[in-house]
Design a protein around this ligand. Structure first.
Ligand SMILES: *Cc1c(COP(=O)(O)O)cnc(C)c1O
Length: 426
């Protein structure tokens, strides 16, 4: 089954005139609708905020777009903090997710006024030595095992994130003594879950802890951060999450556990994939074929542009523009030009008959796509375009050039002059 996309072959070819393939294109209206629906689904909660996980799509145009709906940013490095601040997101609209955090990073997060989400109890001393004790702090929990609807969602014993329940209680107690005024709790117990019960199940687990922490320690937790991990249907057979069902599910357990105990708290999320994943596309051109023991379709994108299939065999649906209605007669691997045999966007994929110059769209690439780009084999990272409602595009990140690639090399004068001469002759 091929899918009809929000743009046509003519659109893609006209964009490619200015921005040669491969390039990323994001659907602005669809991202806006996603953010707006999320805020509607959680409108029952007064302090609701989505801290967009910057690592998913670290592009200012996307951060600014999401900011219009009230989104903050979840950051984990100094450049991500800079990106958020320069995009107009500041102070407590930034969550800093620590984990093996350096002094420098603590100082940058404190300077930005971000909320620090502490990964471990041993980090308390480290943080105190770097920046003192902040007024607000969030603590990351790892329950070891997590069940929803009697199904085990994740074995978290070998996850490096978060602290045990015992450590969590000890940390709240210690931090209260040290003068912290506002507390939060955070956990991320799944990755790419398309189960509508994931957030409600996680929320219930955290809400119960909030009640227990209050009873045992007299510490009132003010916000619950459900983190990311909400998935998208990469495969056409999968069903998307219904965010309104999710919002209602969280509301139900909130009433049962929090409201019933006469408490009130803010709900935060840190979704990345869910916010932009389905609305970004990697557009690539067919540049060759091979007929050996199998059929191969060669494209001008490589795993350097989209690493997920090569890294963990992730499925990405592929549509051949202009051939959406055609019969799927060809079974082939869709491959890039890296000298690595895992450089395959699809293996044994059924496709319509393909000709040189056809435009293939690799779907659901809007999160953890361009962001994971790399330069192996001297391949350059592609441009990112924003498609507006009239299907015109704005370039929101130009393609990397060979100049950029050589920028960090500071060998000696001879090397620099050799490189400069090559660019002059170009
Ligand atoms: C990666 C990450 C997210 C976002 O995850 P998605 O699967 O993209 O929703 C949110 N919070 C933290 C702490 C993360 O590490």
């Amino acid at each position: 089954m091929q899918q009809f996309l929000p743009f046509t072959k003519e659109d893609a070819l006209s964009w490619a005139y200015d921005y040669p393939t491969p390039f990323y294109v994001y659907d602005e209206e669809a991202i806006k609708k996603c953010a707006s629906d999320l805020y509607r689904a959680f409108a029952w909660n007064k302090g609701f905020k989505e801290y967009f996980a910057v690592k998913a799509t670290p592009t200012p145009a996307i951060l600014r777009l999401l900011r219009q709906f009230g989104c903050g940013a979840d950051c984990a490095s100094i450049p991500e903090l800079m990106l958020a601040e320069a995009s107009g997101i500041s102070g407590t609209d930034i969550m800093f997710s620590s984990n093996e955090t350096s002094d420098k990073e603590y100082r940058a997060a404190a300077k930005a006024g971000a909320i620090i989400n502490l990964d471990d109890i041993t980090q308390i001393k480290h943080m105190e030595d770097s920046i003192g004790i902040p007024e607000t702090i969030c603590l990351r929990y790892n329950p070891g095992e997590f069940n929803i609807t009697n199904e085990i969602m994740g074995h978290l014993f070998d996850s490096k994130f978060g602290m045990t329940k015992e450590q969590l209680f000890e940390a709240y107690k210690l931090l209260k003594e040290k003068g912290v005024k506002h507390f939060g709790i955070h956990a991320m117990l799944a990755s790419c879950s398309i189960d509508n019960d994931y957030y409600p199940g996680l929320a219930a687990e955290l809400f119960r802890l909030v009640v227990e922490v209050k009873e045992k320690l007299g510490v009132q937790i003010e916000f619950v951060d459900l983190s990311g991990g909400v998935g998208i249907p990469y495969h056409p057979d999968e069903k998307p999450v219904d965010i309104f069902t999710v919002g209602k599910g969280v509301h139900r357990v909130y009433d049962e556990i929090i409201a019933k105990n006469g408490m009130e708290l803010k709900i935060f999320t840190e979704m990345g994939r869910y916010m932009t994943g389905p609305y970004g596309y990697l557009v690539t051109k067919v540049i060759g074929f091979k007929h050996i023991y199998k059929e191969y379709v060669g494209v001008d994108a490589t795993a350097c542009n989209l690493m997920r299939p090569a890294m963990y065999g992730a499925y990405h649906h592929i549509t051949v523009l202009g051939k959406e209605d055609e019969e799927l007669k060809l079974k082939a691997d869709v491959v890039g030009s890296l000298c690595e045999n895992n450089d395959k966007f699809a293996v044994d994929r059924l496709l319509p008959e393909i000709e040189l110059g056809d435009i293939l769209v690799i779907e659901d690439a809007g999160a953890h796509g361009h962001a994971m780009g790399y330069n192996y084999n001297g391949k350059l990272r592609s441009a990112e375009l924003m498609m507006h409602s009239d299907r015109s595009v704005t370039c929101i990140r130009r393609a990397q050039t060979a100049r950029d690639y050589f920028d960090t090399l500071d060998v000696d004068r001879e090397f620099t002059e050799n490189i400069d001469r090559m660019f002059e002759n170009d």
